[in-house]
Design a protein around this ligand. Structure first.
Ligand SMILES: [Zn+2]
Length: 221
């Protein structure tokens, strides 16, 4: 593979070459202005197994942001050691307590977001079910990164565990959006009319999602 596709190669006024691996797994090779491609290639080959080892470690322990969204607010994430593995919000931090260094905070956090999403979504679902006599088949919480929710023709509704990152009024909109799909499995004008009937302020929620799209995409958990 072309080294220029695989790595970010930055030429600058320097004498030697250096490799910089960022926490997100991107690799930067810093080289002198006049370094030729074969020379750079040779340098990379020499350190290839070192680069691969580092990338393997990063992939096995994906980095977690220092700040995580919960209900639309950013909370600093604090790691601590305790006698039990817990995740909780304490003094405006998302506090992750791990029993020993072997435990990875990553699956604990995902599980926490999952539980949060279930307890946030359930009362909203109940509210609309009671008010509009809407019935659905099954609720599943998924690990979807780019889709907040989905709905199948069999009446199964899915939400991403990442839903708990959003403000409650945005969560309500996404729930309503999926419930509206039980009636219209498309994004026709009839569908949006129906969404508007169930949840008139849906435009604000759409706006919040648009404004935070980039920030939310940066949330690696
Ligand atoms: Zn939709």
């Amino acid at each position: 593979m072309n080294i220029y596709d695989k790595y970010q190669i930055i030429k600058s006024k320097r004498k030697s070459m250096a490799i910089n691996i960022k926490p997100d797994g991107s690799v930067i090779i810093r080289v002198p202005l006049l370094a030729s491609t074969p020379t750079i290639q040779k340098f990379i080959t020499k350190y290839q197994s070192w680069i691969n080892d580092k990338l393997e470690t990063i992939n096995a322990n994906p980095p977690i942001n220092d700040q995580l969204y919960y209900l639309g607010q950013l909370y600093p994430m604090v790691l601590t050691q305790k006698s039990t593995n817990t995740v909780e919000i304490l003094e405006n931090n998302i506090l992750i307590a791990i029993k020993d260094d072997q435990d990875r905070p990553h699956p604990m956090l995902i599980n926490w977001y999952k539980q949060q999403t279930i307890s946030l979504v359930t009362p909203i679902l109940k509210k609309y079910q009671a008010k509009y006599e809407i019935t659905f088949n099954r609720l599943t919480i998924t690990a979807a990164k780019t889709r907040w929710g989905s709905c199948s023709s069999r009446g199964n509704i899915c939400f991403s565990y990442r839903l708990a990152m959003l403000p409650i009024y945005v969560i309500e909109y996404i729930v309503v959006h999926e419930l509206a799909h039980l009636k219209y499995l498309n994004h026709s004008s009839k569908f949006w009319e129906h969404v508007g009937k169930l949840y008139p302020e849906y435009n604000n929620a759409e706006k919040w999602l648009k404004q935070h799209k980039y920030a939310l995409a940066q949330q690696i958990i």
